[in-house]
Write a protein that binds this ligand. Sequence first.
Ligand code: GDP
Ligand code: ZN
Length: 322
Amino acid sequence: MVIKGEATVVKHTGSHYMLSILPDWDLFPAVLRGKIRLKGSSATNPVAVGDIVSFEADVPEGAVVSDNVTLENPAVITAVKPRRNYIIRKSTNLSRQTHIIAANLDRAFIIATIDYPEIKLPFLDRILVTCEVYNIPVTIVLNKVDLYRESHKEMLEAFHEIYEGAGYTVMEVSALTGEGVDALREACNGHVSLFSGVSGVGKSSLIKALDPSLDPKVGEISEVHVQGKHTTTFYEMYSLASGGFIVDTPGLRGFGLVDLKKEEIALYFPEMLKASENCRFAPCTHTHEPGCAVKEAVEAGEISYDRYSSYLGMLDEEGKYR
Ligand code: GDP
Ligand code: ZN
């Protein structure tokens, strides 16, 4: 009997998808029927982790889908529901092709460290802008505080001032000592959350600290042996025992800023957007215009010079690739 249903994509390998009907975590495989193309999309992947899809499955009457759907008898994805949001990266800097990393995210946790490795503020700001563009609430998680709380006291304080001043929540945690891990677990509960951060910040360690049954590094071994075929694992969703779901983004260097016009960039720096209400000109690029309230706020120290400088860097870069 063919039954129809809706489920969330929790994993994508080269040859098939794994679905689950959230918040249940009973995974079953599915394949795409024919070509599902998204109108106007230049994405290389039509279906991404976090997508809610319609599927059909051939199972005995009254049977539980996940018990009867196998790789030999997979469910078939027939449609992708409209996305609430999604994040993409460019395939390369010069290409217009994009890859959808994840869809329908409730929030994003950007994992960073003040040191070990040293934080790069322009890079962080770029990720924050991307989250603003896609309307994904974001929390900054400073991991490894055990290492630098004393040695980098002033930098840590300055960081809080800059980013809390810009309107973001900044959490301090340590996957090593467990400090702040309960608060992070609590913040993940009931949501589908993106975990992002450059390699080495302790993202895998943190996910493990949140739920010891999870081992994201295992997923990084991209060759998985399935039915005699090698397939590559891409992005993946995890279920936290405490509740909530995490989309891990291994090897993600950065998000591409796609389809942002120069005059739009400042809209995604919340503190600049607010100050710009008082600019004499609209639109204002907050660079050369007289009576620019953003520049005044930077000079008065109300807007962080680092953030403004990231903004100028993005202005400079946008346009190069179009
Ligand atoms: P990932 O690349 O972001 O997934 O980082 P890993 O989880 O592999 O961690 C990178 C290194 O940092 C490992 O040697 C971890 O043991 C170490 N590490 C992770 N979290 C912490 C922490 O909170 N404190 C300290 N001192 N080291 C940590
Ligand atoms: Zn201005």
